[in-house]
Ligand binder design. Structure first.
Ligand SMILES: [Zn+2]
Length: 301
């Protein structure tokens, strides 16, 4: 199974910043060590062209990001200090999702060991999210005439406001977000289906809510392609998430989403989204388990 990464493109961060920059290289090592993929199967993502970014995001926002002229308020909302390296990495993260989604349409499944930057909307970049990789990938594949109908299954603990902003009025894409009711963002932009999960919810109730949400979304979406944001932040040890899922529960979540989508004959592109465990190895564990479930369903494991 081919997967994409942009782990070598790092950017300057203040000490003890919560963004898990080290996760990406550790995850690359881990999926190879686990035998989920070979070292050769991990591909480095290309940076997408600026014109693509300007086709989805407001061109003036893209120009400010490119030039480093975000306002103080915008940079604070982004939560990451601007640098050329940050922007380069953001373009490669999008490239990884475009490549993984393209592969998914060809063979049924694809995965980017990154991406899921769902707080980036048409005219805003916030919550650690510079560009919306999922919306970019869908736009690109539609432009190439490869796909029309799509579904976003966003299981990051934070609501997918940027994705909803970009795709909310799109009649051929259904957006589903399952998130902590009391988690960021506090001002929501409505998805086609938003499921607020109460703080402290554990595996069983979460999995029931997810199964119900998929029952609702699948017949409405009639999707050819789905994007699955397999956030690690609903985990019980996450510093930002307020849910109480175990690693076993998260694995059951991955299995449920992947099997439901694949059973419907929908191609699936998997992206990581967030994860903020105190010990970064816990986040890597969760992400690696997701990759293993993906590989198992390609017949690679
Ligand atoms: Zn998140």
């Amino acid at each position: 199974m081919l997967v994409w990464t942009h782990d070598r493109w790092r950017f300057p961060l203040p000490e003890r910043h919560r963004f898990p920059l080290d996760k990406y290289a550790l995850l690359r090592e881990r999926v190879v060590a686990d035998g989920t993929v070979t070292a050769e199967e991990v591909r480095e993502a290309d940076a997408v062209p600026w014109e693509w970014l300007e086709s989805v995001h407001e061109p003036a926002l893209v120009r400010r990001i490119r030039a480093g002229s975000l306002s103080l308020r915008e940079e604070r909302g982004l939560g990451l200090p601007w640098s050329e390296a940050l922007v380069e990495r953001g373009r490669r993260s999008v490239g990884g999702t475009v490549a993984a989604a393209t592969l998914a349409l060809e063979v049924g499944l694809g995965m980017n060991l990154g991406g899921g930057t769902h707080h980036a909307g048409r005219a805003f970049a916030r919550g650690y999210c510079l560009f919306n990789d999922v919306v970019l990938a869908l736009w690109r594949l539609r432009t190439e005439g490869r796909v029309r109908r799509a579904l976003v299954v966003d299981c990051d603990v934070h609501q997918g406001d940027g994705t909803a902003d970009l795709l909310g009025s799109d009649p051929e894409c259904f957006t589903l977000s399952l998130h902590g009711a009391r988690n960021y963002p506090f001002q929501r932009i409505a998805s086609d289906l938003d499921v607020d999960i109460p703080s402290g919810t554990g595996d069983d109730r979460y999995l029931t809510a997810l199964a119900d949400a998929l029952d609702h979304a699948l017949p409405r979406a009639r999707a050819e392609l789905a994007f699955y944001l397999a956030g690690a932040d609903p985990w019980e040890g996450d510093r930002l998430g307020r849910l109480n899922l175990t690693k076993t529960g998260l694995r059951a979540r991955d299995e449920l989403v992947l099997d439901r989508l694949l059973d419907e004959g929908i191609a699936v592109c998997v992206v990581l989204a967030g994860g903020y465990a105190e010990d970064i190895r816990d986040t890597v564990d969760i992400n690696a388990a997701t990759a293993a479930e993906v590989a198992r369903r390609t017949g690679a494991l």
